[in-house]
Design a protein. Structure first.
Length: 323
């Protein structure tokens, strides 16, 4: 991503944004298997994204410090109320961030966001149907001031300084030949999210399905809402939506997980074999030291040489084994 052609870009202030109207849907939770009613509602300036358990009468802010579990999905909760949780928030958070929605209430009558088709396309469709509206105050952003990195073996996630946009790079490596090695780089914008990431579905290995269900997970999973891989084969009858759907979905997950920062990020994200746990650890490491970041004032405009719009870069290889 460094070394790209340079152009002059001026950052202009953007307004906070919410939904024009409320909209609802019903679906099944991927891990709980429960039928859940979800409703998206407009929210006032400064609200942020808030998940509301209507069956419990409790609100949970969509923030990194409210993440209580990251096994196979991102789960929000309240430390003093162990039974209050909302799971699999990452796809909806990605859609809201990708659409530029900064303020919204997400009502649910169950413990998990519906999975729909396993991507963020359905959530984006709901947002499109509700419409969005700019609000009366400008939106701030979180600027990365110095590199922050977390690791787990060969896997890592890193944020680097870059004040005028949010660039993202992801690489993955799986032993399964249907996945292999894939990489994707893009500049996150509403247009790039919609075109490059929104339709990419969650995926799993066929060999892990029984283990997950024995652990009480993936109870609502099927070929209708997940890509299932068995070695060199994709078991879904219709196949993949794009040849590198796997890395696209991993980047989609990262968009949703990093949206829990509470405001748009200005910087560069680089991840290799990362997932929900490392993504959350990255935000915790970022905010652990005030020298790592600053709130970029809403009205601040800067003009300086920066990389021109980043074209999507895709690479794919097969590997026999990955450590």
């Amino acid at each position: 991503m460094d070394g790209l052609p340079q152009t002059l870009l001026q950052l202009t202030p953007t307004a906070q944004c919410t939904l024009k109207s409320s909209i609802c849907c019903v679906g099944i939770g991927l891990h709980s298997g429960q039928r859940v009613r979800l409703q998206l509602l407009p929210a006032p300036v400064g609200t942020g994204i808030v998940f509301r358990r209507t069956d419990l009468g409790v609100d949970i802010p969509a923030r990194f410090d409210h993440v209580i579990e990251t096994r196979l999905c991102t789960v929000l909760g309240l430390p003093d109320l162990p039974g209050v949780r909302v799971g699999t928030v990452e796809h909806l958070m990605a859609a809201l961030a990708g659409a530029g929605v900064t303020n919204a209430i997400v009502e649910l009558d169950g413990p998990e966001v519906p999975i729909h088709d396993g991507s963020a396309a359905s959530a984006l469709f709901l947002i499109d149907c509700a419409g969005t509206v700019q609000q009366t105050e400008l939106a701030s952003a979180i600027e990365i001031l110095r590199p922050v990195r977390v690791e787990n073996g060969e896997a890592f996630a890193e944020l680097r300084p870059f004040p005028l946009a949010f660039d993202m790079a992801m690489s993955i490596a799986f032993e399964a030949a249907a996945i292999g090695r894939q990489a994707l780089t893009l500049r996150l914008t509403p247009e790039s999210f919609r075109a490059e990431l929104a339709r990419a579905r969650t995926f799993t290995l066929a060999s892990e399905v029984s283990q997950m269900r024995e652990a009480g997970l993936a109870l609502g999973g099927s070929l209708e809402n997940a890509v299932v891989v068995d070695g060199a084969r994709v078991l879904n009858p219709a196949g993949l939506r794009m040849s590198d759907e796997f890395v696209r979905h991993k980047l989609l997950d990262a968009v949703g997980d990093l949206a829990l920062a509470g405001a748009p990020l200005r910087g560069r994200f680089v991840g290799h074999r990362t997932g929900h746990t490392l993504n959350n650890r990255l935000l915790r490491a970022l905010f652990a030291d005030p020298a790592n970041w600053r709130v970029q004032p809403a009205a601040e405009t800067i003009a300086r040489p920066v990389p021109s719009a980043v074209a999507t870069v895709r690479t794919r290889e097969r590997v026999k084994a990955v450590a």
